[in-house]
Design a protein around this ligand. Structure first.
Ligand SMILES: Nc1ncnc2c1ncn2[C@@H]1O[C@H](COP(=O)(O)OP(=O)(O)O)[C@@H](O)[C@H]1O
Ligand SMILES: CC(=O)N[C@@H](CCC(=O)OP(=O)(O)O)C(=O)O
Length: 307
């Protein structure tokens, strides 16, 4: 379009930018941990993995460009499952966690660190030299401990040393974290990505923790798509887990949101990452999208209106 020509929908476009202004001001310098789930990454309807990654990368780069400090934590459960199937291995889950023998650990590490992490880093770096990929093993970021003997090499987060992330953020970079951790002896562990995102958000004293998954938000009734909760408190999340209304892969997200909000993270969110630019819609619009968890609905930890 030539300069000076009328811009179609100019008033609406200007209104979107004006609506974003208070959020840009409020979140200047704020750490935002974004967990990108493997289901959102490769889901049907996103136009394929590459298109989903490109849209996600634009959102993260825009957030960084307006002064936020995004930290990306990614999953890759379905992608690990695909390689296991190609290698003739049958995945087994207990309480949403993948039973991980030595061979499965090797597969998970290859897929998460060697494939999913690299693909996300490349998608972000189309926009400039911004993203740095690392795993929890780098610079002792995530110290792991075996969760339960019966699960094999499934780890719990024993401790987080956020120094490497703080250094990268201070340099204006976007860390992209794969969720393999190591114990003090150097043994690697496969850790649920939802749990890691929560632990990193707490260690970094993040302002926001955002889960991008494959449902519109947390449902009061898991079978009813119309029951998505717009806002809730940590106590509501405890109840939903106890009643069995949050199940399977939703449980570690819900637990991590409740724990993070109780430990200093101002807002946690569960959104549909298959919706293009869901992240921007949450961060920069008054209505937001998906489910928001705060200590007190409607009010952030410092007393300001949250939306
Ligand atoms: N109460 C609930 N509200 C919404 N989704 C739920 C709920 N309970 C269980 N789920 C399931 O959790 C899934 C998301 O978790 P998961 O498959 O682990 O995704 P991700 O790859 O993003 O971590 C949803 O697709 C849905 O089937
Ligand atoms: C122990 C355990 O279950 N680890 C997960 C790690 C990846 C992950 O969490 O990926 P999503 O976020 O895509 O589910 C797994 O092996 O699938």
């Amino acid at each position: 379009m030539p300069r000076g020509a009328a811009v179609p929908g100019a008033a609406e476009k200007a209104a979107v930018l004006v609506e974003a202004l208070p959020y840009i001001r409020r979140f200047w310098g704020a750490v935002v941990v974004v967990k990108y789930g493997g289901n959102a990454l490769g889901a049907e309807g996103t136009g394929g993995e590459a298109a989903a990654r490109a849209s996600f990368a634009e959102d993260v780069v825009l957030m960084r460009s307006v002064g936020m400090l995004p930290v990306v934590v990614h999953g890759g459960g379905p992608q690990i499952g695909e390689l296991m199937a190609r290698l003739g291995k049958e995945p087994e889950f207990r309480d949403g966690l993948r039973v991980t023998d030595a061979e499965t650990l090797e597969i998970a590490r290859m897929v998460l660190v060697g494939k999913v992490n690299r693909d996300l880093v490349s998608a972000i770096n189309v926009h400039g030299p911004l993203a740095v990929g690392l795993s929890g093993e780098d610079a002792n970021l995530i110290q792991a401990a075996a969760r339960d003997e019966s699960l094999g090499y499934v780890g719990d987060v024993a401790a987080v040393d956020p120094t490497i992330l703080q250094r990268l953020l201070a340099q204006g970079l976007i860390p992209v974290v794969a969720t393999i951790g190591a114990d003090p002896a150097g043994q690697a562990y496969n850790i649920n990505a939802d749990t890691v995102a929560g632990a990193l958000a707490e260690a970094l004293e993040a302002t926001k923790l955002v889960y991008l998954t494959d449902v519109a938000g947390l449902r009061a009734d898991p079978e009813d798509p119309g029951s998505v909760l717009a806002q809730c408190r940590p106590e509501d999340l405890d109840r939903l887990v106890a009643e069995g209304a949050a199940r399977g892969g939703m449980v570690p997200k819900v637990r991590a949101c409740a724990h993070a909000v109780r430990h200093g993270v101002r807002q946690a969110h569960i959104l549909d990452g298959r919706v293009p630019h869901a992240l921007l819609l949450e961060v920069f619009t008054d209505a937001g999208v998906g489910t928001m968890v705060t200590a007190e609905p409607g009010v952030g930890a410092s007393g300001e209106e949250t939306r």
